[in-house]
Write a protein that binds this ligand. Structure first.
Ligand code: C5P
Length: 226
């Protein structure tokens, strides 16, 4: 792993879950720990990049020489990512909530007195942060997404690569125990625009992050020479 690989580059990474408020005390979220994104931020900084890390609510220390911006909701995360542009490389590792409650109640919601009925929450779509940046006017030259799937991992990953206009997608199978969400280890498959796949077998998220960063540095260098 070479330390100067990303010198002179600005790398933008988002990580962790988002929280979508239902009322002042409740929210919708997911089990993302942010570990993979934080490991990528650390590896990118070690490789000499200027790194901006947009973090959802996670319990992790900020890696050395990384500028961290904390956010809560998907909408906040999108705005923080846009405010951090321009960037040479964008890695979208955050587990962004696809939907949010259409309104956040001003006061804590109460059970209906004398009724055992259920309740219905109306949800609306959140913006797709990765697709928004990857198709925007200030598109980072290299845009990378993650595809966490429980079935047909490679099929869905290829579809996302094309639909979201990405340079590379990192697929991981979250149905396997011991890797993925909340684990210290991961195992991933990288798929590029030529649909060439590279499998990185199970390893710590730190080791995988360094391998992924090396690959992305090479991709940026290759784009420079084209
Ligand atoms: O479509 P799916 O959610 O599986 O795509 C995953 C990829 O898209 C991840 O890189 C994730 O960070 C990104 N994403 C996003 N905004 C969303 C949903 C997903 O940036 N609202």
């Amino acid at each position: 792993f070479q330390r100067g690989l990303l010198s002179g580059r600005h790398v933008l990474i988002n990580a962790g879950p988002t929280r979508e408020a239902i009322d002042p005390v409740r929210y919708i979220s997911n089990h993302s720990s942010g570990k993979m994104g934080f490991a990528l931020a650390e590896a990118a900084a070690e490789a000499g990049a200027r790194v901006t890390l947009i973090a959802g609510p996670v319990n992790l220390p900020t890696p050395t020489r990384v500028q961290r911006v904390d956010v809560v909701s998907a909408q906040d995360m999108l705005e923080a990512c846009q405010a951090a542009l321009p960037a040479d490389l964008f890695i979208a590792s955050a587990a962004v909530a696809d939907y949010r409650p259409d309104t956040c109640a001003e006061q804590k919601l109460k059970k209906t007195p004398g009724s055992d009925d259920g309740m219905t929450l109306r949800l609306i779509r959140n913006p797709d942060i990765l697709a928004t940046l990857a198709t925007g006017a200030q598109r980072p030259r290299c845009c990378v997404g993650f595809a966490a799937e429980t079935q047909d991992v490679l099929g869905y990953a290829r579809d996302k690569l094309q639909r979201k206009n990405l340079d590379l997608i990192i697929a991981n199978d979250v149905s396997q125990s011991g890797i993925g969400f909340n684990s210290d280890d991961n195992a991933v498959t990288l798929i590029d625009q030529q649909l060439t796949t590279t499998t990185l077998p199970q390893a710590s998220k730190q080791k995988l992050a360094r391998d992924i960063i090396s690959r992305l540095a090479a991709l940026l260098d290759q784009q420079d020479s084209n």
